[in-house]
Design a protein around this ligand. Sequence first.
Ligand code: HEM
Length: 498
Amino acid sequence: MSVVQYLFGGIFLAFVLILWSRRKFYLLTLKIPGPLGLPLIGMAHKLRKREDILQVIGGIEKTYSKTFLSWLGPFPFLVVSEPNLVGRILNSTDFLNKSLIYNAVAEGTGDGLFSCDTPKWNIHRKAINPTFNQKVLVNFVPIFNEEVNLFVEEVTQNVSNHSKDLNLSISLQKLSLNNAARTTMGKQMSSLTQTESDLLHCFQFVLKIMTKKLFSPWYQFKFIFQRTNYFQKYEDSKMAMRSFIRKLIKDKHEKGLDTEILEDPDKIPSNKNIFIEHAINLANSGTFSWQDVEDEANVIVFGAFETTANTVGYILMCLAMHPQYQQRLFEEVSSVIGPQRDSYISYEQIQDMVYMDMVINETMRVMAPVPLIARTTKCDVKITDDITLPKGLQVAIDIFNMQRDEDIWGEHARCFYPDHFLKDNLADKHPYAFIPFSKGMRNCIGWRYALISIKITLAKILLNFKISTSFLFEELEFQEDITLKLKKYPKLDIEIRN
Ligand code: HEM
């Protein structure tokens, strides 16, 4: 036999071995319906454009089934939008590890809580959990009040001057970055040398490229990604974000820590800017490395600012499009707080705003701030008598389409209709049919933080401004960007309340 024949024989054998090692995935395609897509790339060509992703996935669910199997490049993906199966997945330790596509997130933000796998995740989650307990969060209420007051002042000035520069979504992002820097890192943005706008731009650019990498598996190959136009800007933006976080940690570390916390890391005093102090303690005690402190700080600030700002922006949009609900919410807020526009809003007062809860929930239902999440099976998992999901299968949960499913939410499923969250209307809903913060062991660590800050922001905005728009809710077009984005943002008109 010639060398060439040996070579071909070897390649053929390797090919057969690869197919054999993946036989469980191929066999699964016989049991679960779904489009296979094209050889080698699977459905990647249909998911290339971010504005198509949610619609394409929703369309496949309609054509095939609410649980379908497809391929993204060489990876088989199970996509699930049935609350029952979603609940089983989110409550099982077999699905605790994130999907391979989160490698792009780990590479962009650092391998912290959001993307890391077990057993590192178990240790980190347990260590960080106490910094998000209710007692700690209630102490952030004065900071949220102060920062929203500054935001209201800025918007009032812009509206009074008929400023053309008024961009509410940028102002909201600045507000939540300020909140995150103060509450988790103990630092006021105005005391930093980098400007808020520069940093915001860096965070936004990294997020944009992370999403590109997430849905284009070929960018996982460094030699391809390095040849793209945005590689250098991505590296520079990441560096700027990192330097910002590193400086916050260094400042805090140099200032020294509270020895009381050092002795007993579980006992967190309620008057501290907890996360960073606690993380530094964990490094001092050897539970975290300094890289862990940096990665987790980065992930927390990232996790906190974008999602929260977008959610407030979407709530305001929905209220502008539906003045009757805005009026009802304004009446609730003024009856709880009183007519004073600059009143301090307490934790107890926001607990009394019941209609506000309905409005926030309805916005997060119909415009899921994190539309898709994904996991990997840790071992073979039997889900029905004849279906076993093989180890290494990628499993995506389609929160966006599940929360807009007419079979679950009825005729108003795709409308903004806060009554969906009336007690009676919720009675027949599956507990996993509404999961904007995910659920189970790996749910959002910051969900209470987010709701407190959103409620204070919203109450103050409504007391001060009336918002309107000529844009219709039905005209909104949604885009997957790790967090939800819109193809076109409606122009909001802001009027100062008398
Ligand atoms: C409206 C605001 C928010 C929404 C809708 C939201 C949504 C989510 C969702 C859906 C997940 C699960 C992701 C997955 O399984 O892949 C998640 C995880 C996470 N979120 Fe949030 N989030 C919000 C605000 C926040 C805030 C304010 C923080 C921090 C202060 C935060 C920090 C995190 C972290 C660290 C994780 C990873 C948790 C883990 O895997 O253990 N989020 N969030």
